[in-house]
Ligand binder design. Structure first.
Ligand code: ADP
Ligand code: ADP
Length: 225
């Protein structure tokens, strides 16, 4: 069974902020909620797991992979939906996914088309496939982000504050989508919204000021929240 083991992870920024203090977590397949207020260290942890930032000490193991050292290999099995995914290109949804699939090594055109159409249908954007991603609403962008994440069939999916700014209807659609994909991989959902974790996750951790205050089942934790 695939497992993510985070052991004694530490990170201090140049400004002296100790964003991760001996963070130790064991995460199994399924949906794992990482709950904490702004500044808790969630994004720092997510960026480290996504191989985008180095830790000062500690280790992260994903199955056989040493995440902090074998970054290229980890990126091949990783889907990452950052909090804000910056520049929205003028390209259409279909063009962009096609390009990403090519970068991930799907070199056959027909195979790429099949994959891209499948993903667009999965996230309910097929009818909007020819529109510029720039023109999408917040909810559509989040769903598009999930399609991007899923290219390459990731084993580890990291979603950072995904429901911030979504209206309740969009949030529900996004929940449904996440619970579908969370069955196939290790999915870590970082959020400051208790409802996100309550609705979607069975396992969770609570972080504050760089420290893990709780890790375990969601039902058991509801008393603490
Ligand atoms: P949030 O608190 O909403 O999670 P972040 O703290 O992740 O937002 O900040 C967003 C961006 O700003 C990140 O790229 C992060 O590296 C950067 N950042 C956050 N705090 C600082 C800081 N004190 N000094 C420099 N960069 C920072
Ligand atoms: P969260 O995602 O839970 O809001 P972050 O990991 O973004 O937490 O931030 C944890 C702490 O680290 C905060 O105090 C934040 O200001 C600080 N921080 C985040 N990124 C940077 C950075 N690049 N440089 C300096 N400080 C940072």
């Amino acid at each position: 069974m695939l497992q993510l083991s985070i052991r004694s992870l530490n990170k201090q920024y140049a400004n002296g902020v100790h964003a991760l203090k001996d963070v130790t977590l064991t995460i199994q397949k399924g949906m794992f909620g990482l709950l904490g207020p702004n500044g808790a260290g969630k994004s720092s942890l997510m960026r480290t797991l996504a191989t985008l930032q180095d830790a000062d000490s500690g280790s992260v193991q994903l199955g056989e992979l040493d995440v902090l050292r074998e970054k290229e290999k980890v990126r091949q099995v990783l889907g990452y939906l950052p909090q804000e995914f910056g520049v929205y290109p003028r390209s259409s949804a279909v063009e962009l996914l096609d390009h990403l699939a090519l970068l991930k090594g799907v070199t056959q055109r027909a195979e790429r088309k099949e994959l891209v159409d499948y993903l667009l249908q999965k996230v309910n954007l097929f009818e909007h496939r020819k529109k510029a991603v720039k023109s999408f609403s917040g909810g559509m962008r989040q769903r598009f982000g999930i399609a991007q994440c899923l290219i390459g069939n990731p084993k580890l999916i990291i979603v950072d504050e995904p429901t911030a700014g979504l209206d309740p209807g969009e949030r529900n659609r996004f929940y449904n989508l996440l619970s579908e994909i969370g069955e196939e991989a290790i999915l870590i959902l970082s959020t400051h919204i208790v409802q996100d974790v309550r609705e979607l996750c069975t396992q969770m951790a609570i972080m504050n000021r760089g420290e893990v205050l709780y890790t375990g089942g969601v039902d058991e934790a509801l008393d603490l929240i």
